[in-house]
Ligand binder design. Sequence first.
Ligand code: FAD
Length: 387
Amino acid sequence: MATDIISQGRSFDFLIVGAGMAGASAAYFLSTEGSVLMLEMESQPGYHTTGRSAALFSEAYGNAPIRALTSSGRAFLIDPPDGFANTAILTPRGALFVGREDQMASLDAAYEAGAEHLDSVQRLTARDVRELVPVLREGYAAAGVLEADAMDMDVNALHQGFLRGARGRGAQLRQDARVAGLKRENGAWRVRAGGENFFAKVVINAAGAWCDEVATLAGARPVGLVPKRRTAILFDGPSEMPFAAWPAFIDADEEFYARPESGALMGSPADETPMAPCDVQAEELDIAIAVDRLQTATTLEIRRIIRSWAGLRSFVADKTPVVGFDPEVDGFFWLAGQGGYGIQTSPSMGRVAAALARGDDVPADLQQFGVVAAELSPGRFGPGPMD
Ligand SMILES: Cc1cc2nc3c(=O)[nH]c(=O)nc-3n(C[C@H](O)[C@H](O)[C@H](O)COP(=O)(O)OP(=O)(O)OC[C@H]3O[C@@H](n4cnc5c(N)ncnc54)[C@H](O)[C@@H]3O)c2cc1C
């Protein structure tokens, strides 16, 4: 560790690049183990993907490693430690996958994947489906699959809980501090951000869509992360019926979804447009596609869009997050590729990251849910170019 006069007060055990949900959750669990600094390039830590999610917790969503991370974190979200949040983080919602006649294979696959893992997943008839979401057009849905235990998440309460908890244990957060240089010197990192130098034994790359760029700064090979734009709209619900208790309803092929939100309805065309990391905005065309798909499936008349936004969901090729030390660059730790699941997986992902970053194995209780370090490891990409 560098110990010159410049480094005094600026040396940390763990320096985390990015204070979105990934960086904040890692800081929360690492701050019991050592000194932690989070460096965030924006003035608001939730400005990028974390502040733009659909806020749905679904244990049936994503591949097996994602489902293991999600289910193993449920207890934390239901009953977080005292003082973590003033409001409930999870509240009941339900997730209803709807399929037309020609989508029965996709609906069957959704049922198989969900039922294999969860007792609460059930098949529904066309009639059941319309009882739950009466605006679905008569004859549109041939059947449905209900994940009754899916929940709404209070993303801000969760993010602030991690940040507040980490700071309460001594972690520091610097905002408006973009990491622009990473250099390994004498067994430690010299990190340049906001015109200052910081020093750390371990750098944790939790930069969301920018993780491959940050890795390049550190001399590590990119993992082939692809940020994909996803659009959301908030619009007025039907005036003629109550809708606050509807489940989220999701097309069996994920071509659209919608759910009640803040007295209105939130919808998405479930777009996945690859793009370079940036402050992404919603495109008119994607908004129009969202409106068209929702109006085709339902009797909703979307006359007024209250708000629209877009965010980047970042994936590697196998759609599994990348968590662990870089196989080639000393002291460089990845916490990347959370895709469309980085909020619901954050309690377990933060714990796994903290355990691996301090040289331990995955905590035993998470292993019991099927969380396996090798499946998350950046080493899984093997030798050769990753991008
Ligand atoms: C429309 C939409 C719907 C979604 N729905 C859900 C959902 O229902 N459930 C769910 O679990 N997930 C959902 N997600 C995914 C979830 O939002 C993400 O997986 C999660 O927010 C990723 O968190 P993160 O911390 O990795 O990224 P971010 O929140 O983007 O944080 C990364 C941070 O790194 C900072 N940064 C980057 N480069 C630097 C640098 N050089 N120096 C300093 N700081 C830097 C950025 O400013 C940013 O704040 C959704 C996403 C979108 C867009």
